[in-house]
Design a protein around this ligand. Structure first.
Ligand code: ADP
Ligand code: MG
Length: 581
């Protein structure tokens, strides 16, 4: 631990190096006392165009004065940190001048959160202090140090933002409390779902539609039809922090969402796939909660698949491909969807969310006429319709399916919800009646039960991020990881919501190598979760000061990235063929 210097020392250093070559900035790495704060200059960039410098601003708890009850459990702590981060971000917008020279000069930024409240590394609330982690573009003209501008950034702007966000007294205490309690309500409700026999809860009054197809922000309240539960599926729940909420329960089992085109089916399903996360007050989905291990399943042709047992869905491919150990650099629509399901089961998913819009038609159903034309022994696919009930009966895995096009599914549904002008109706008994009066005539095609989870053990050397001898991991946006010489495409992993999750996943792929091949993928990622619980996301960071820009992904999404790594090889797979469970 280096010694803490006075702010005047930093000011003098910056004056001394003014207009020197940019490398002179390296001299300011260190720890400084600035007003009430401690400023850590952890990493200094080598060039105004290089990735920015990393700083931390810390205030001791005795001065910050956040009431302990607002971070007394992990749900509250995550929420409070998120609230402070948003406040600090807004303060930076007000006080930071921004661009002041070449390259990233003048830039001051924290990791900006979206509609979800995620565990992050950008703010730490500790019993002893509160800390925010920033990126800064140390200013330069050309490649010459702009010392006085740097003084303004480090000694004026950053502390000013700190004054409006790191002291409890500077924040709106009612709003802060509401924020924290609202997040905790959702988190606790989500954990109660299984004891309620439900896979999801959608509160009355929720706003599900978003402002556009590329935005997570809510549609305006004037335009949106608020959610209202149908009487038969309505339930009142009591919330952790007092009060009650009424809304629609989606019971365990097989649930269909039907309805005419454009009546809000996919919008409901998307809200459910986001229901694994907590949302900020005002989002509209504050009390839309889904089973924490729910996985959105889609067709994803072209994806890599490595050693997955997809026999429950696909057998006897024409070229004698072994579908018990299915490997391909480019899966088809149906084989990719089958692999996505089997990988979700391997990771312990308790609910699958499927939208016909993004499914392979031949994977979903084969109707009577097609069965008559193409005999079962010429069709490798066992359609989902013939497995979905078994999945629940034998494995306890529920499914919520959007099917506007195939009434054959009525035969296997426990509940049928019809979206009608954005309003849900319970049409379970009507659908059952129709199913009784008009048999589909199709023959069930499933052979054997669902196998147990496969346990695949990756080969450590096949997870290699080195390029020219050095570990190189980068991300681009939400869905692309550059991993050594490979590009991992996550565009089919729809429940990723935040760039910072992608960054965490990228570094997690390097970190989890140590668990393999001793552990299987599930155990390795379970272990990762335990380590992240104990030590925080910081452990994923390989170098360069603090990682201020991670958000926590689920183990399921980390596994999804691993599964899409084209170099992945397996050392062994334990197939557990028999029985249910
Ligand atoms: P479907 O899947 O049934 O074809 P979508 O869910 O895609 O329909 O919704 C169609 C359109 O209606 C989308 O533009 C969506 O934003 C909008 N929409 C969905 N739900 C609502 C709602 N509750 N209020 C207003 N507009 C909605
Ligand atoms: Mg749709």
């Amino acid at each position: 631990m280096s010694k803490i210097r006075d702010a005047s020392h930093l000011a003098a250093e910056l004056k001394r190096i003014d207009s020197k070559g940019y490398k002179a900035y390296k001299d300011i790495a260190g720890i400084y006392r600035v007003d009430d704060f401690t400023l850590f200059v952890d990493y200094v960039q080598g060039d105004p165009f290089a990735s920015p410098s990393k700083l931390r601003l810390r205030l001791e708890a005795g001065r910050a004065q956040f009431p302990e009850e607002l971070f007394e459990n992990p749900d509250r702590k995550v929420a409070l940190e998120d609230y402070i981060l948003r406040a600090f971000d807004a303060a930076l917008d007000r006080v930071a001048k921004g661009n002041r020279g070449s390259g990233k000069s003048g830039m001051l930024a924290v990791d900006r959160p979206g509609q979800q409240v995620l565990e992050r590394t950008a703010v730490v609330v500790d019993p002893d202090y509160v800390e925010v982690r920033l990126s800064a573009g140390l200013p330069a003209r050309g490649r010459r140090v702009l010392g006085l501008q740097a003084q303004k950034m480090l000694l004026k702007e950053i502390p000013a933002a700190g004054r409006s966000a790191l002291y409890c007294g500077a924040l709106d205490s009612d709003r802060m409390r509401d924020f924290v309690l609202s997040v905790e309500n959702a988190a606790k409700l989500r954990r109660q779902l299984s004891s309620m026999g439900a896979v999801a809860f959608v509160a009355d009054g929720s706003i599900l539609p978003r402002e556009s197809g590329v935005s997570e922000r809510p549609m305006s309240r004037d335009a949106a039809v608020p959610f209202g539960a149908p009487p038969t599926l309505k339930k009142e729940v009591s919330l952790a922090n007092g009060g009650r909420a009424s809304g629609m329960i989606i019971p365990e089992g097989v649930t269909l969402i039907v309805g005419g085109g454009y009546h809000g089916k996919s919008t409901l399903l998307e809200a459910l796939d986001r229901g694994i996360y907590n949302h900020i007050p005002g989002d509209g989905r504050e009390l839309v909660v889904t089973c924490p291990t729910a996985v959105k399943i889609r067709a994803e042709d072209g994806r890599q698949v490595t050693g997955v047992d997809i026999r429950p869905f696909i057998r006897d491919l024409p070229n004698r491909t072994d579908t018990g150990n299915f490997t391909t650099p480019s899966a088809s629509g149906s084989t990719s969807q089958a692999a996505n399901i089997m990988e979700a089961l391997e990771m312990g998913a308790d609910a699958l969310l499927v939208d016909e819009d993004t499914s392979a038609t031949n994977f979903m159903v084969r109707d009577m006429r097609m069965q008559l034309l193409v005999a079962a022994d010429k069709e490798p696919i066992t359609p989902f319709i013939d497995r979905v009930k078994q999945l629940y009966r034998q494995r306890g895995v529920s499914a919520v399916l959007v099917v506007g096009g195939s009434g054959d599914y009525f035969d296997v549904a426990d509940n049928v919800i019809m979206m009608d002008h954005y309003r849900p109706r319970d049409v379970t008994s009507e659908a059952a009646e129709i199913a009784e009066r008009f048999p589909t005539g199709r023959a069930g095609e499933s052979q054997g039960g669902m196998p147990r989870r496969n346990r695949r053990h990756p080969d450590r050397d096949s997870i290699d991020a080195r390029r020219k001898g050095r570990i190189r991991v980068k991300t681009r946006g939400l869905f692309t990881i550059q991993f050594g010489t490979e590009t991992v495409d996550l565009s089919g992993v729809e429940q990723l919501v935040d760039y910072s999750q992608t960054r965490a996943i990228a570094d997690a792929l390097v970190y989890i190598r140590r668990y393999f091949p001793d552990m299987c993928i599930y155990d390795g990622l379970d272990r990762l979760d335990q380590e992240l619980d104990e030590k925080g996301l910081d452990v994923l960071s390989p170098f360069r000061g603090h990682p201020g820009d991670y958000a926590r992904p689920r183990a399921i999404e980390v596994a999804a990235a691993l599964n899409r790594l084209r170099s992945l090889r397996l050392q062994k797979t334990e197939y557990m063929r028999t029985g249910g469970g």
